[in-house]
Design a protein around this ligand. Structure first.
Ligand SMILES: CC(C)(COP(=O)(O)OP(=O)(O)OC[C@H]1O[C@@H](n2cnc3c(N)ncnc32)[C@H](O)[C@@H]1OP(=O)(O)O)[C@@H](O)C(=O)NCCC(=O)NCCS
Length: 215
């Protein structure tokens, strides 16, 4: 992969919806952006785009894909039990779970090439997904985030638990990319989910369900 000079101009980044012709680039990005244990296969990426391409957005610098996000629509009820990412997506295969008649956009994935992080690219992709949800008159946006700093946090002190980790992020005492990103977008935490994504070693399989009311 050709890497660009880091003095790139963020104004040259283009955000657009993806098509099945983007699957090869998406796979290349997937291998750069995600730890090995949580990477999706080419077949799963194809499944996501062919199922709901309107909810799949890419960030491009010239022709290079440097970030991408995928989504599905689900039915969400206020008082429903928290559900894991694995159950909401049937382990990533959204053709089995996407419900075009639903009321909630579910954020399936967002990943940015490591060399292009902290330039608000994920923010732009998330805003594109929220705008789509608005255009579709959906009521909610739901995400069940990874907690990539959790394993390290717990290993430093045996009296700590996952709830303490979330509290410290909310208090701004821990610098953390994923939950912070959704808090900044107006999502609020619903609760911790164990076995959210079983293969996610950094997060010890925990996730945090977060919701935003649209509109
Ligand atoms: C999480 C991830 C998508 C963030 O991408 P990014 O483009 O660097 O994020 P942005 O620059 O758009 O930042 C979005 C918000 O999160 C916050 N944020 C991002 N990285 C942060 C960090 N390392 N520490 C603290 N806050 C951070 C920023 O403050 C920003 O909020 P603001 O713009 O309102 O100030 C990226 O780190 C990534 O690809 N991680 C690996 C894949 C992954 O775990 N995805 C999340 C799945 S749930």
């Amino acid at each position: 992969m050709i890497l660009h000079n880091m003095n790139f101009d963020v104004n040259n980044i283009i955000i657009r919806q993806l098509t099945i012709h983007d699957v090869a680039s998406l796979l290349t990005l997937e291998k750069k952006a995600w730890p090995l244990d949580v990477q999706a296969s080419e077949e799963i990426l194809y499944d996501r785009i062919s199922t709901f391409k309107e909810g799949a957005f890419g960030a491009f610098l010239d022709d290079l894909m440097i970030g991408a996000a995928t989504s599905q629509i689900i039915r969400y009820h206020d008082n429903e039990m928290l559900r894991s990412w694995e159950s909401l997506t049937k382990r990533g295969w959204i053709s089995k779970t996407h419900d075009s008649g639903g009321n909630c956009i579910h954020f399936v994935s967002v990943g940015i090439h490591p060399q292009y992080r902290n330039y608000s690219i994920a923010k732009q992709l998330n805003e594109a997904r929220l705008q789509l949800a608005k255009n579709l008159n959906l009521d909610y946006a739901l995400t069940d985030t990874r907690l990539p700093g959790l394993k390290q946090f717990l290993s430093e002190d045996s009296s700590r638990d996952a709830s303490t980790y979330i509290e410290k992020i909310i208090e701004g005492k821990i610098i953390e990319p994923v939950v912070s990103m959704y808090l900044h977008l107006g999502f609020h935490p619903l609760g911790l989910i164990f076995n959210c994504m079983n293969s996610d070693i950094e997060s010890l399989s925990f996730g945090l369900a977060m919701l935003k009311n649209i509109g």
